[in-house]
Design a protein around this ligand. Structure first.
Ligand code: SF4
Ligand code: SF4
Length: 513
Protein backbone atom coordinates (compact mmCIF):
# COMPACT_ATOMS: atom_id res chain seq x y z
CA UNK A 1 0.00 0.00 0.00
CA UNK A 2 1.33 3.45 -0.80
CA UNK A 3 0.25 7.04 -1.34
CA UNK A 4 -0.05 9.29 -4.38
CA UNK A 5 2.90 11.47 -5.29
CA UNK A 6 6.33 10.96 -3.81
CA UNK A 7 9.54 9.88 -5.47
CA UNK A 8 11.93 6.96 -5.82
CA UNK A 9 15.39 8.31 -5.13
CA UNK A 10 18.45 6.09 -5.18
CA UNK A 11 18.46 4.77 -1.63
CA UNK A 12 22.17 4.31 -1.01
CA UNK A 13 21.57 2.37 2.21
CA UNK A 14 25.19 1.29 2.24
CA UNK A 15 25.24 0.82 6.01
CA UNK A 16 22.17 -1.43 6.12
CA UNK A 17 24.30 -4.42 7.09
CA UNK A 18 26.58 -2.53 9.45
CA UNK A 19 26.08 -3.49 13.10
CA UNK A 20 25.74 -0.65 15.58
CA UNK A 21 29.13 0.15 17.13
CA UNK A 22 29.69 2.08 20.32
CA UNK A 23 31.52 5.36 19.75
CA UNK A 24 34.35 6.39 22.07
CA UNK A 25 33.78 8.86 24.90
CA UNK A 26 34.01 12.46 23.69
CA UNK A 27 36.56 14.80 25.31
CA UNK A 28 33.86 17.40 25.80
CA UNK A 29 30.22 17.80 24.99
CA UNK A 30 28.13 20.81 23.99
CA UNK A 31 24.45 20.64 24.90
CA UNK A 32 22.22 23.30 23.31
CA UNK A 33 19.24 24.13 25.55
CA UNK A 34 16.92 23.77 22.58
CA UNK A 35 16.99 20.21 21.26
CA UNK A 36 13.26 19.62 21.07
CA UNK A 37 10.00 21.14 19.93
CA UNK A 38 8.69 23.48 22.64
CA UNK A 39 10.15 25.76 25.26
CA UNK A 40 13.95 25.69 25.54
CA UNK A 41 15.42 24.45 28.82
CA UNK A 42 17.29 26.49 31.41
CA UNK A 43 20.53 25.13 32.87
CA UNK A 44 20.34 23.89 36.48
CA UNK A 45 24.12 23.59 36.78
CA UNK A 46 26.80 26.24 37.13
CA UNK A 47 30.32 26.63 35.79
CA UNK A 48 32.66 24.43 37.83
CA UNK A 49 29.99 21.93 38.90
CA UNK A 50 30.81 18.23 38.69
CA UNK A 51 28.19 16.22 36.81
CA UNK A 52 27.73 12.52 36.20
CA UNK A 53 26.69 10.69 33.04
CA UNK A 54 22.90 10.66 32.86
CA UNK A 55 22.47 13.55 35.32
CA UNK A 56 19.84 16.16 34.49
CA UNK A 57 21.56 19.46 33.73
CA UNK A 58 18.69 21.52 32.29
CA UNK A 59 14.91 21.64 32.49
CA UNK A 60 11.87 23.77 31.80
CA UNK A 61 8.58 24.35 33.60
CA UNK A 62 6.63 24.11 30.32
CA UNK A 63 4.65 20.98 29.48
CA UNK A 64 5.89 21.01 25.88
CA UNK A 65 9.58 20.67 26.58
CA UNK A 66 12.04 17.94 27.59
CA UNK A 67 14.87 18.04 30.14
CA UNK A 68 18.47 17.60 29.01
CA UNK A 69 21.03 15.26 30.60
CA UNK A 70 24.80 15.11 30.58
CA UNK A 71 26.25 12.36 28.39
CA UNK A 72 29.62 12.31 30.17
CA UNK A 73 30.92 12.73 33.70
CA UNK A 74 33.09 15.78 34.21
CA UNK A 75 33.08 19.50 34.88
CA UNK A 76 30.81 22.21 33.54
CA UNK A 77 33.14 24.53 31.63
CA UNK A 78 30.78 27.14 30.26
CA UNK A 79 27.20 28.26 29.92
CA UNK A 80 27.06 30.53 26.89
CA UNK A 81 25.37 31.18 23.57
CA UNK A 82 26.79 28.92 20.85
CA UNK A 83 25.61 28.20 17.28
CA UNK A 84 22.78 25.69 17.06
CA UNK A 85 23.50 22.91 14.51
CA UNK A 86 20.12 23.24 12.78
CA UNK A 87 19.28 26.93 12.87
CA UNK A 88 22.81 28.32 13.04
CA UNK A 89 21.53 30.86 15.56
CA UNK A 90 23.30 31.28 18.89
CA UNK A 91 21.44 29.44 21.67
CA UNK A 92 22.30 28.99 25.31
CA UNK A 93 24.47 25.88 25.58
CA UNK A 94 26.23 24.02 28.37
CA UNK A 95 29.76 22.75 27.68
CA UNK A 96 31.03 19.89 29.85
CA UNK A 97 34.60 18.64 29.86
CA UNK A 98 34.74 14.87 30.28
CA UNK A 99 36.93 13.33 32.98
CA UNK A 100 37.07 10.14 30.93
CA UNK A 101 35.56 8.09 33.77
CA UNK A 102 31.98 7.88 32.52
CA UNK A 103 30.77 7.89 36.11
CA UNK A 104 27.05 7.21 35.69
CA UNK A 105 24.11 8.13 37.90
CA UNK A 106 22.41 5.04 39.30
CA UNK A 107 20.49 3.23 36.56
CA UNK A 108 18.60 0.38 38.12
CA UNK A 109 16.20 -2.08 36.59
CA UNK A 110 12.65 -1.10 37.41
CA UNK A 111 9.58 -3.24 37.93
CA UNK A 112 7.12 -1.20 35.94
CA UNK A 113 4.20 -3.55 35.36
CA UNK A 114 2.14 -2.04 38.15
CA UNK A 115 2.94 1.61 37.54
CA UNK A 116 0.05 3.88 36.59
CA UNK A 117 -0.05 5.58 33.19
CA UNK A 118 0.63 8.93 34.86
CA UNK A 119 3.72 7.50 36.57
CA UNK A 120 4.97 6.05 33.30
CA UNK A 121 4.51 9.37 31.49
CA UNK A 122 6.36 11.20 34.24
CA UNK A 123 9.30 8.78 33.93
CA UNK A 124 9.37 9.34 30.16
CA UNK A 125 9.24 13.12 30.62
CA UNK A 126 11.97 13.14 33.24
CA UNK A 127 14.20 11.02 30.99
CA UNK A 128 14.01 13.74 28.31
CA UNK A 129 12.63 11.43 25.61
CA UNK A 130 11.75 13.13 22.33
CA UNK A 131 10.84 11.77 18.90
CA UNK A 132 14.06 10.30 17.56
CA UNK A 133 12.94 10.17 13.93
CA UNK A 134 14.13 13.76 13.59
CA UNK A 135 11.13 15.81 14.72
CA UNK A 136 12.23 15.83 18.39
CA UNK A 137 8.69 16.30 19.69
CA UNK A 138 8.56 15.55 23.44
CA UNK A 139 7.31 11.95 23.79
CA UNK A 140 5.25 12.54 26.96
CA UNK A 141 3.19 15.18 25.14
CA UNK A 142 2.29 12.77 22.34
CA UNK A 143 1.37 10.24 25.00
CA UNK A 144 -1.06 12.69 26.62
CA UNK A 145 -3.74 13.31 23.98
CA UNK A 146 -6.66 15.52 25.02
CA UNK A 147 -9.55 13.59 26.59
CA UNK A 148 -11.85 14.28 23.65
CA UNK A 149 -9.52 12.45 21.26
CA UNK A 150 -10.33 8.79 21.06
CA UNK A 151 -6.99 7.17 20.23
CA UNK A 152 -7.61 3.71 18.87
CA UNK A 153 -4.52 3.18 16.74
CA UNK A 154 -0.82 3.26 17.58
CA UNK A 155 1.51 3.31 14.60
CA UNK A 156 5.17 2.53 14.96
CA UNK A 157 7.25 4.17 12.27
CA UNK A 158 9.98 1.90 10.96
CA UNK A 159 9.75 3.17 7.38
CA UNK A 160 13.04 5.09 7.37
CA UNK A 161 12.41 6.34 3.85
CA UNK A 162 15.24 8.88 3.71
CA UNK A 163 18.12 7.72 1.52
CA UNK A 164 21.38 6.74 3.29
CA UNK A 165 19.94 6.44 6.83
CA UNK A 166 19.86 2.99 8.45
CA UNK A 167 19.62 3.61 12.20
CA UNK A 168 15.99 2.51 12.56
CA UNK A 169 16.66 -0.51 10.38
CA UNK A 170 19.54 -1.63 12.60
CA UNK A 171 17.57 -1.02 15.80
CA UNK A 172 14.70 -3.17 14.52
CA UNK A 173 17.06 -6.00 13.63
CA UNK A 174 19.42 -5.81 16.61
CA UNK A 175 17.12 -4.80 19.45
CA UNK A 176 13.75 -6.20 18.45
CA UNK A 177 12.78 -7.53 21.90
CA UNK A 178 13.45 -4.26 23.71
CA UNK A 179 11.72 -2.34 20.94
CA UNK A 180 8.61 -4.51 21.35
CA UNK A 181 8.66 -3.98 25.10
CA UNK A 182 8.81 -0.21 24.49
CA UNK A 183 5.79 -0.55 22.18
CA UNK A 184 3.89 -2.46 24.88
CA UNK A 185 4.59 0.33 27.39
CA UNK A 186 3.32 2.96 24.95
CA UNK A 187 0.26 0.86 24.12
CA UNK A 188 -0.53 0.56 27.81
CA UNK A 189 -0.30 4.33 28.30
CA UNK A 190 -2.50 5.11 25.29
CA UNK A 191 -4.82 2.17 25.96
CA UNK A 192 -4.96 1.45 22.24
CA UNK A 193 -6.35 -1.69 20.69
CA UNK A 194 -4.68 -1.65 17.28
CA UNK A 195 -0.91 -1.49 16.93
CA UNK A 196 0.88 -1.48 13.58
CA UNK A 197 4.57 -1.38 12.76
CA UNK A 198 5.09 0.13 9.29
CA UNK A 199 8.34 -0.92 7.59
CA UNK A 200 9.38 -0.36 3.98
CA UNK A 201 9.82 -3.57 2.01
CA UNK A 202 13.48 -2.82 1.35
CA UNK A 203 14.14 -3.84 4.99
CA UNK A 204 12.95 -7.40 4.48
CA UNK A 205 15.01 -8.82 7.37
CA UNK A 206 13.33 -6.41 9.80
CA UNK A 207 9.88 -7.20 8.37
CA UNK A 208 10.51 -10.93 8.75
CA UNK A 209 11.99 -10.77 12.24
CA UNK A 210 9.36 -8.47 13.72
CA UNK A 211 6.52 -10.37 12.03
CA UNK A 212 7.71 -13.55 13.76
CA UNK A 213 8.15 -11.87 17.12
CA UNK A 214 4.78 -10.15 16.97
CA UNK A 215 2.81 -13.36 16.43
CA UNK A 216 0.05 -13.65 19.02
CA UNK A 217 0.73 -10.19 20.46
CA UNK A 218 -1.90 -8.21 18.63
CA UNK A 219 0.80 -6.13 16.93
CA UNK A 220 0.67 -6.21 13.14
CA UNK A 221 3.69 -5.62 10.92
CA UNK A 222 2.88 -3.89 7.64
CA UNK A 223 5.39 -4.15 4.79
CA UNK A 224 5.13 -0.87 2.89
CA UNK A 225 6.05 0.09 -0.62
CA UNK A 226 9.50 1.70 -0.63
CA UNK A 227 8.83 5.25 -1.66
CA UNK A 228 9.88 8.62 -0.32
CA UNK A 229 8.40 10.16 1.93
CA UNK A 230 6.67 6.98 3.16
CA UNK A 231 7.92 7.69 6.70
CA UNK A 232 6.08 11.01 7.08
CA UNK A 233 3.32 10.62 9.66
CA UNK A 234 0.43 11.42 7.34
CA UNK A 235 1.63 9.14 4.56
CA UNK A 236 2.32 6.32 6.97
CA UNK A 237 -1.16 6.52 8.49
CA UNK A 238 -2.74 6.49 5.06
CA UNK A 239 -0.62 3.57 3.89
CA UNK A 240 -1.39 1.50 6.98
CA UNK A 241 -5.08 2.11 7.63
CA UNK A 242 -6.31 4.44 4.88
CA UNK A 243 -7.19 7.22 7.27
CA UNK A 244 -6.52 10.78 6.15
CA UNK A 245 -5.34 13.53 8.47
CA UNK A 246 -7.37 16.65 7.61
CA UNK A 247 -5.56 19.75 6.32
CA UNK A 248 -4.01 21.58 9.25
CA UNK A 249 -4.90 18.66 11.53
CA UNK A 250 -2.92 16.15 13.59
CA UNK A 251 -2.86 12.34 13.57
CA UNK A 252 -4.69 12.35 16.92
CA UNK A 253 -7.63 14.09 15.19
CA UNK A 254 -8.29 10.77 13.43
CA UNK A 255 -7.47 8.60 16.43
CA UNK A 256 -3.82 7.86 15.65
CA UNK A 257 -0.52 8.33 17.46
CA UNK A 258 2.72 7.71 15.59
CA UNK A 259 6.01 6.90 17.32
CA UNK A 260 9.37 6.21 15.75
CA UNK A 261 11.10 2.90 16.53
CA UNK A 262 14.05 4.69 18.15
CA UNK A 263 11.65 6.55 20.44
CA UNK A 264 10.01 3.27 21.50
CA UNK A 265 13.41 1.89 22.41
CA UNK A 266 14.28 5.04 24.38
CA UNK A 267 10.95 4.66 26.23
CA UNK A 268 11.87 1.09 27.13
CA UNK A 269 15.28 2.20 28.43
CA UNK A 270 13.78 5.02 30.48
CA UNK A 271 11.03 2.92 32.03
CA UNK A 272 12.73 -0.46 32.43
CA UNK A 273 16.34 0.62 32.97
CA UNK A 274 15.99 4.14 34.47
CA UNK A 275 18.15 5.50 31.66
CA UNK A 276 17.77 9.07 30.46
CA UNK A 277 18.27 10.04 26.83
CA UNK A 278 21.98 10.85 26.69
CA UNK A 279 23.03 8.75 23.69
CA UNK A 280 21.50 7.71 20.41
CA UNK A 281 22.27 5.75 17.23
CA UNK A 282 23.25 7.70 14.11
CA UNK A 283 24.37 6.70 10.62
CA UNK A 284 27.67 8.23 9.51
CA UNK A 285 27.94 7.74 5.78
CA UNK A 286 28.73 9.15 2.36
CA UNK A 287 32.32 10.17 1.71
CA UNK A 288 33.87 8.70 4.85
CA UNK A 289 36.32 5.81 4.87
CA UNK A 290 34.14 3.36 6.80
CA UNK A 291 30.45 4.25 6.73
CA UNK A 292 28.73 2.83 9.81
CA UNK A 293 26.01 3.09 12.43
CA UNK A 294 27.23 4.26 15.80
CA UNK A 295 25.84 4.72 19.28
CA UNK A 296 27.08 8.21 20.06
CA UNK A 297 26.87 10.45 23.11
CA UNK A 298 24.59 13.43 22.58
CA UNK A 299 26.69 16.59 22.58
CA UNK A 300 29.69 14.94 20.84
CA UNK A 301 30.92 16.91 17.87
CA UNK A 302 30.10 15.96 14.28
CA UNK A 303 33.88 15.85 13.75
CA UNK A 304 34.22 13.10 16.37
CA UNK A 305 31.39 11.15 14.75
CA UNK A 306 33.17 11.37 11.39
CA UNK A 307 36.43 10.24 13.01
CA UNK A 308 34.55 7.17 14.26
CA UNK A 309 33.95 6.36 10.58
CA UNK A 310 37.70 6.56 9.89
CA UNK A 311 37.48 10.16 8.78
CA UNK A 312 36.67 11.92 5.52
CA UNK A 313 37.37 10.12 2.29
CA UNK A 314 39.00 12.90 0.29
CA UNK A 315 37.93 16.51 0.42
CA UNK A 316 34.43 17.03 1.82
CA UNK A 317 32.22 19.49 0.01
CA UNK A 318 29.05 19.33 2.08
CA UNK A 319 28.12 17.82 5.46
CA UNK A 320 24.48 17.15 6.15
CA UNK A 321 22.87 16.51 9.51
CA UNK A 322 19.90 14.17 8.96
CA UNK A 323 18.93 12.66 5.62
CA UNK A 324 19.73 14.14 2.21
CA UNK A 325 16.08 15.09 1.61
CA UNK A 326 15.09 16.72 4.90
CA UNK A 327 18.40 17.23 6.65
CA UNK A 328 20.37 20.43 7.09
CA UNK A 329 23.70 21.46 5.59
CA UNK A 330 26.26 22.25 8.30
CA UNK A 331 28.72 25.12 7.97
CA UNK A 332 31.34 23.24 10.04
CA UNK A 333 31.92 19.85 11.69
CA UNK A 334 32.52 21.55 15.06
CA UNK A 335 28.80 21.44 15.86
CA UNK A 336 27.23 18.99 18.32
CA UNK A 337 25.12 15.91 17.64
CA UNK A 338 21.71 16.58 19.25
CA UNK A 339 18.74 14.41 20.20
CA UNK A 340 17.12 14.73 16.77
CA UNK A 341 20.26 13.84 14.78
CA UNK A 342 19.61 10.65 12.82
CA UNK A 343 22.66 10.77 10.59
CA UNK A 344 25.69 12.61 9.26
CA UNK A 345 26.23 12.44 5.51
CA UNK A 346 29.33 13.72 3.75
CA UNK A 347 29.28 14.64 0.06
CA UNK A 348 32.25 15.57 -2.09
CA UNK A 349 32.60 17.62 -5.27
CA UNK A 350 31.69 14.69 -7.50
CA UNK A 351 28.42 14.20 -5.63
CA UNK A 352 27.46 17.80 -6.13
CA UNK A 353 26.40 18.93 -9.55
CA UNK A 354 28.15 22.26 -9.61
CA UNK A 355 27.06 23.00 -13.15
CA UNK A 356 23.46 22.74 -12.04
CA UNK A 357 21.95 26.16 -12.55
CA UNK A 358 18.53 27.48 -11.75
CA UNK A 359 16.52 28.45 -14.81
CA UNK A 360 12.95 29.71 -15.34
CA UNK A 361 10.03 27.44 -14.55
CA UNK A 362 9.07 25.60 -17.73
CA UNK A 363 5.63 24.76 -16.30
CA UNK A 364 6.11 21.05 -16.71
CA UNK A 365 3.91 20.29 -13.69
CA UNK A 366 6.27 17.62 -12.33
CA UNK A 367 6.45 19.25 -8.91
CA UNK A 368 2.66 19.08 -8.67
CA UNK A 369 2.56 15.44 -9.69
CA UNK A 370 5.13 14.44 -7.09
CA UNK A 371 3.97 16.49 -4.11
CA UNK A 372 2.63 13.96 -1.59
CA UNK A 373 0.46 16.67 -0.04
CA UNK A 374 -1.13 17.49 -3.40
CA UNK A 375 0.01 21.08 -3.22
CA UNK A 376 1.15 23.30 -6.06
CA UNK A 377 4.82 23.93 -5.26
CA UNK A 378 5.62 26.17 -8.26
CA UNK A 379 2.66 28.40 -7.50
CA UNK A 380 3.54 28.58 -3.81
CA UNK A 381 7.13 29.49 -4.71
CA UNK A 382 5.87 32.23 -7.02
CA UNK A 383 3.66 33.65 -4.30
CA UNK A 384 6.62 33.66 -1.93
CA UNK A 385 8.82 35.40 -4.50
CA UNK A 386 6.19 38.10 -4.97
CA UNK A 387 5.50 38.50 -1.27
CA UNK A 388 1.91 37.27 -1.67
CA UNK A 389 1.80 35.40 1.60
CA UNK A 390 -1.98 35.65 1.96
CA UNK A 391 -2.36 33.72 -1.27
CA UNK A 392 0.28 31.23 -0.22
CA UNK A 393 -1.69 30.61 2.97
CA UNK A 394 -4.93 30.18 1.05
CA UNK A 395 -3.27 27.60 -1.20
CA UNK A 396 -2.19 25.54 1.82
CA UNK A 397 1.48 26.52 2.15
CA UNK A 398 1.30 25.52 5.81
CA UNK A 399 0.49 21.94 4.81
CA UNK A 400 3.92 21.60 3.19
CA UNK A 401 6.14 19.53 5.43
CA UNK A 402 9.25 20.31 3.43
CA UNK A 403 9.88 16.78 2.16
CA UNK A 404 11.80 18.12 -0.83
CA UNK A 405 10.11 15.93 -3.51
CA UNK A 406 9.24 18.99 -5.59
CA UNK A 407 12.76 20.42 -5.63
CA UNK A 408 14.19 16.96 -6.27
CA UNK A 409 12.16 16.50 -9.42
CA UNK A 410 12.27 20.08 -10.76
CA UNK A 411 14.17 20.14 -14.10
CA UNK A 412 14.70 23.89 -13.70
CA UNK A 413 16.48 23.38 -10.35
CA UNK A 414 14.30 25.93 -8.61
CA UNK A 415 14.84 25.84 -4.84
CA UNK A 416 11.13 25.35 -4.25
CA UNK A 417 11.44 24.26 -0.61
CA UNK A 418 13.49 27.33 0.19
CA UNK A 419 10.74 29.59 -1.15
CA UNK A 420 7.91 27.67 0.49
CA UNK A 421 9.71 27.70 3.81
CA UNK A 422 10.12 31.45 3.45
CA UNK A 423 6.38 31.79 2.81
CA UNK A 424 5.59 29.65 5.86
CA UNK A 425 7.78 31.72 8.14
CA UNK A 426 6.14 34.93 6.87
CA UNK A 427 2.65 33.46 7.35
CA UNK A 428 3.53 32.50 10.93
CA UNK A 429 5.01 35.94 11.57
CA UNK A 430 1.84 37.60 10.26
CA UNK A 431 -0.34 35.33 12.39
CA UNK A 432 1.58 36.37 15.50
CA UNK A 433 1.28 40.04 14.52
CA UNK A 434 -2.43 39.59 13.91
CA UNK A 435 -2.91 38.03 17.32
CA UNK A 436 -1.02 40.86 18.98
CA UNK A 437 -3.15 43.40 17.14
CA UNK A 438 -6.34 41.63 18.17
CA UNK A 439 -5.23 41.59 21.77
CA UNK A 440 -4.38 45.29 21.67
CA UNK A 441 -7.66 46.15 20.02
CA UNK A 442 -9.59 44.23 22.69
CA UNK A 443 -7.78 46.12 25.37
CA UNK A 444 -8.40 49.48 23.75
CA UNK A 445 -10.95 51.58 25.56
CA UNK A 446 -13.98 53.26 24.02
CA UNK A 447 -16.36 51.52 21.66
CA UNK A 448 -16.19 54.37 19.13
CA UNK A 449 -12.48 53.95 18.74
CA UNK A 450 -12.83 50.16 18.49
CA UNK A 451 -15.56 50.53 15.87
CA UNK A 452 -13.41 52.88 13.81
CA UNK A 453 -10.54 50.40 13.97
CA UNK A 454 -12.81 47.60 12.77
CA UNK A 455 -13.99 49.62 9.77
CA UNK A 456 -10.45 50.53 8.78
CA UNK A 457 -9.50 46.88 9.08
CA UNK A 458 -12.43 45.82 6.93
CA UNK A 459 -11.61 48.28 4.18
CA UNK A 460 -7.95 47.29 4.05
CA UNK A 461 -8.93 43.62 4.08
CA UNK A 462 -11.29 44.25 1.18
CA UNK A 463 -8.52 45.98 -0.73
CA UNK A 464 -6.12 43.13 -0.07
CA UNK A 465 -8.67 40.55 -1.11
CA UNK A 466 -9.29 42.36 -4.43
CA UNK A 467 -5.58 42.51 -5.04
CA UNK A 468 -5.26 38.83 -4.25
CA UNK A 469 -8.06 37.92 -6.66
CA UNK A 470 -6.24 39.81 -9.40
CA UNK A 471 -3.01 38.04 -8.54
CA UNK A 472 -4.76 34.68 -8.47
CA UNK A 473 -5.92 35.28 -12.07
CA UNK A 474 -2.43 36.24 -13.19
CA UNK A 475 -0.87 33.25 -11.53
CA UNK A 476 -3.31 30.82 -13.04
CA UNK A 477 -1.14 30.20 -16.07
CA UNK A 478 -0.21 26.74 -14.84
CA UNK A 479 -0.76 23.22 -16.14
CA UNK A 480 -4.38 22.13 -15.78
CA UNK A 481 -3.40 19.00 -13.89
CA UNK A 482 -1.80 21.22 -11.30
CA UNK A 483 -4.77 23.50 -10.82
CA UNK A 484 -7.05 20.57 -10.20
CA UNK A 485 -4.85 19.28 -7.47
CA UNK A 486 -4.64 22.33 -5.27
CA UNK A 487 -6.06 21.16 -1.98
CA UNK A 488 -8.12 18.54 -3.77
CA UNK A 489 -7.49 15.33 -1.92
CA UNK A 490 -6.18 16.36 1.45
CA UNK A 491 -7.03 19.35 2.00
CA UNK A 492 18.69 27.31 6.64
CA UNK A 493 18.42 25.89 2.99
CA UNK A 494 17.76 22.24 2.98
CA UNK A 495 20.27 20.22 1.09
CA UNK A 496 18.76 18.82 -2.12
CA UNK A 497 22.47 18.46 -2.22
CA UNK A 498 23.89 15.56 -4.04
CA UNK A 499 23.08 14.56 -7.57
CA UNK A 500 24.72 11.23 -6.87
CA UNK A 501 21.77 9.83 -4.93
CA UNK A 502 19.26 10.86 -7.54
CA UNK A 503 17.71 8.82 -10.28
CA UNK A 504 14.75 9.48 -12.50
CA UNK A 505 11.54 8.20 -11.07
CA UNK A 506 10.70 4.78 -12.35
CA UNK A 507 7.07 4.85 -13.51
CA UNK A 508 6.92 1.06 -13.21
CA UNK A 509 7.39 1.40 -9.46
CA UNK A 510 4.28 3.57 -9.23
CA UNK A 511 2.21 1.15 -11.30
CA UNK A 512 2.81 -1.49 -8.66
CA UNK A 513 1.04 0.61 -6.02
S1 SF4 B 1 5.43 21.40 -1.60
FE1 SF4 B 1 6.20 20.70 0.37
S2 SF4 B 1 5.11 18.78 0.77
FE2 SF4 B 1 4.93 19.24 -1.44
S3 SF4 B 1 6.67 18.21 -2.44
FE3 SF4 B 1 7.34 20.29 -2.00
S4 SF4 B 1 8.33 20.13 -0.02
FE4 SF4 B 1 7.08 18.27 -0.22
S1 SF4 C 1 8.88 21.11 -11.64
FE1 SF4 C 1 10.03 23.02 -11.73
S2 SF4 C 1 9.89 23.62 -13.90
FE2 SF4 C 1 8.29 22.07 -13.56
S3 SF4 C 1 6.43 23.27 -13.02
FE3 SF4 C 1 7.46 22.73 -11.10
S4 SF4 C 1 8.75 24.52 -10.68
FE4 SF4 C 1 8.22 24.64 -12.83
Amino acid sequence: MAFKGGIHPKYNKITAGSKIEKAGLPGKIVLPMSQHVGKPCEPIVNIGDYVRTGQKIAESDAFVSAPIHSSVSGTVKSVEALPHPITGNPVKSVTIESDGKDDKVEMRERQYENLSNEELKEIIREAGIVGLGGAAFPAHVKLSPPKDKNIDCLLINGAECEPFLTTDHRLMVERADQLLEGIRIIRKILETKDVFIGIEKNKSDAVKLLSEKCKGQNIRVKALHAKYPQGSEKKLIYAVNRRKVPAGGLPMDIGCVVQNVGTCLAVFEAVALSKSLYERVITVTGRVNRPKNILVRIGSSVKEAIEEADNYKGQPKKIIMGGPMMGFALPTDELPVIKGTSGIIVFNKVDMDEKRQEIECIRCGKCVQKCPMHLHPSLLARYAQKGKFGLAEKTFAMDCYECGCCAFICPSHIPLVHWIRYAKSEILRKRVERKKKEKKSKEAKGSEHAEKGRKTGESSEKKESEEEKKEEKQASNVPESGKEKIGAEESNEKPQAAEEYKKEDNPEEDKKE
